[in-house]
Design a protein around this ligand. Structure first.
Ligand code: V47
Length: 383
């Protein structure tokens, strides 16, 4: 099908099929694809661009899985670089932030074979004790599957027990690429695609929301990416429980695919745009600035993305894989990044409730006279 015919489908609100998605990946003019995705993004959200004040905590990098793309995991406790936080250390990460508290703690871990299940329950209870209003977005579908197998429970039992301890929603990690041709090569010894999807199906049935990711830019083809999106779209049709889709750009340093180059900015932008167009039943597409870098994330706000994730502060998975993006962005920096993209910053909570709406910038900062610029900064710093 021609680009024009696909664009016509999008304008009419019709659903794209696999062939359309592949044609968009093959389209030479990425700006055309981006403009189409941008139209969908603006139809849904106008200029509104979401971020949150969040804190990332990775309590253990000990992991029995051996994913080819991972630079973070250590196979066993006691190996150089292996780290498991004492609960007090994990809680301290939140305590340190109480003067300007986050609204979310996002936890992703390795699959540790030696911890009792109560460690995870206590972890959640401790965060809630410190800050009862905090939203706990913790443990990927892969971790939930591991807990079920390792501690001999059903997905439902695991999720019920964690929810009783304070779990509010699931992050989107661990999805990687669903297609077995790729999954077998890059992460054969953890939850399969069907298992990952089933964990999210069960969570949604229990009324829990979740996100979905896709790790791209390594050994997969465009067809594998499209297959991945189609499986997510099908589950979303069934449950409606996903909030955001987050394409994750592969970082090659220090892992089993270190000879591969990282995806380029154009691939990043195209992938975001195609996902906005294909995932017509997802409310949000996130440009995760840690993986894209703040610069590409900013441009992505005109290629279909309406969210940039949050302030983060403490992230080690991409750090181990050679990210050049900073450790954290302040609220002020995120607001500036969004405004300079011509968008309206909206601080949200994890479930997309509005925390604070910022005005849209009337002019790029560089166009302001130095005195005006200084005044604007003073106002923003003062909040
Ligand atoms: O599951 C690991 C990925 C994920 C590498 O739900 C890598 O809001 C690139 O899932 N290069 C964890 N990616 C992060 C994650 C996430 C991030 C932001 C927001 C949300 C959300 C979820 O990071 C892992 C894996 O797919 N990852 N190693 C690497 N070398």
């Amino acid at each position: 099908m021609s680009f024009e015919a696909i664009a016509e489908k999008v304008r009419a609100g019709a659903r794209l099929d696999e062939a359309d998605a592949l044609a968009l990946f093959a389209e030479k003019d990425v700006l055309r694809v981006g403009a189409l995705a941008n139209a969908v993004r603006e139809r849904r959200h106008g200029d509104r661009t979401y971020f949150n004040k969040n804190l990332r905590v990775e309590v253990t990098n000990v992991c029995v899985a051996s994913c080819l793309f991972c630079s973070f995991a250590k196979l066993e406790e006691g190996m150089p670089g292996a780290q498991t936080m004492r609960l007090e250390e994990a809680w301290a990460k939140l305590e340190e932030r109480l003067s300007d508290p986050p609204t979310e703690v996002h936890v992703v871990n390795g699959l540790h074979p030696g911890l009792p299940f109560s460690y995870y329950e206590d972890l959640l209870r401790g965060f809630k004790r410190i800050l009862p209003s905090i939203h706990l977005k913790c443990f990927t579908g892969v971790e939930i599957h591991f807990f079920a197998r390792h501690y001999g429970m059903t997905y439902e039992d695991v999720l019920e027990r964690l929810r009783a301890a304070g779990l509010d929603s699931l992050p989107g990690g661990g999805a990687e690429i669903f297609h077995p041709e790729v999954r077998q090569r890059i992460s054969a010894d953890k939850a399969t695609a069907d298992e990952w999807l089933e964990v999210h199906r069960v969570a949604h049935r229990m009324g829990m929301r979740s996100n979905a990711t896709m790790l791209y830019g390594h050994v997969e083809t465009f067809a594998h990416r499209v297959d991945h999106m189609m499986r997510l779209r099908a589950l979303q049709d069934e449950t409606g429980g996903f909030q955001a889709f987050i394409p994750l750009a592969f970082h090659p340093d220090g892992n089993g695919m270190k000879k591969l180059p990282a995806p380029t900015a154009m691939d990043d932008l195209r992938t975001l745009a195609v996902s906005r167009l294909v995932l017509d039943n997802f409310d949000h597409v996130k440009a995760y600035w840690v993986s894209l870098g703040p610069d590409v994330a900013q441009v992505a706000l005109s290629f279909g993305a309406d969210d940039v994730d949050g302030t983060i502060v403490h992230e080690t998975i991409y750090k181990a894989a050679g990210r050049t993006a900073p450790d954290a962005l302040t609220t002020h920096e995120l607001v500036r990044l969004i405004r300079e993209a011509g968008r309206q910053p909206v601080e949200r909570d994890t479930l997309y409730g509005v925390v604070r709406e910022y005005p849209r910038a009337d002019a790029p900062e560089a166009a302001l006279k130095p005195r005006e610029r200084a005044a604007r900064h003073r106002l923003e710093v003062l909040g």
